[in-house]
Design a protein around this ligand. Structure first.
Ligand code: SAM
Length: 165
């Protein structure tokens, strides 16, 4: 995405399912505003304690029809990313649709998830991600096996899904 370019200094980014903000703290210095949301109050508390100046940490479920959280999110986003979140959602397809609706024109959505494989219940398949992105009307879609984590016992493949509105 060229996040280190000066253009990004005026852009708004949403970290969906931010956890304790491990990725948010790397992205925030390069962008205008980073909104970080998570349904876990404890995760948001850890991120809030990091006091990152341009990070707005929000506890709640932005996928629920909650107008209070909707108002906190503010205007649309130039980039929404979700690192190891989508595979854990009860309705992944609806989530992609909802997140696409939060993007500004020319905005992008990027997700990383475990690639579905035998014995890996929380993974997503490339086909499922591609279908969800197509249903959400993303124009440029890239879905692929990005890399793998190797442990002594397992190889854990990671999928990247990226779409531009
Ligand atoms: C495996 S953790 C990943 C955290 C972080 N993205 C990272 O890479 O370190 C998954 C996170 O997704 C959050 N989550 C699950 N469902 C969510 C939802 N509907 N909205 C926001 N966050 C959600 C969980 O609370 C958890 O913090």
């Amino acid at each position: 995405m060229g996040l280190r370019g000066k253009d990004w200094k005026s852009k708004r980014v949403l970290d969906f399912g931010c956890g304790t903000g491990l990725l948010a703290q790397k992205v925030a210095p390069h962008v205008g505003e980073l909104v970080a949301v998570d349904t876990s109050e404890k995760m948001i508390a850890v991120l809030t304690d990091k006091n990152i100046p341009n990070v707005v940490a929000i506890h709640g479920d932005i996928l629920a029809a909650d107008t209070e959280i909707g108002a906190k999110l503010g205007a649309g986003f130039d980039l929404i990313y979700a690192s190891s979140v989508c595979g854990f959602l009860s309705d992944y397809e609806s989530a992609v649709l909802a997140l696409a609706g939060l993007l500004r024109p020319v905005g992008h959505f990027i997700q990383w998830d475990w690639l579905a494989s035998d014995g890996n219940e929380s993974g997503l398949s490339e086909r499922r991600v591609r279908n969800a992105m197509q249903a959400a009307k993303f124009k440029s879609i890239r879905v692929e096996h990005a890399f793998s984590f190797e442990t002594d016992e397992h190889t854990m493949p990671v999928l990247i899904g990226a779409g531009g509105i």
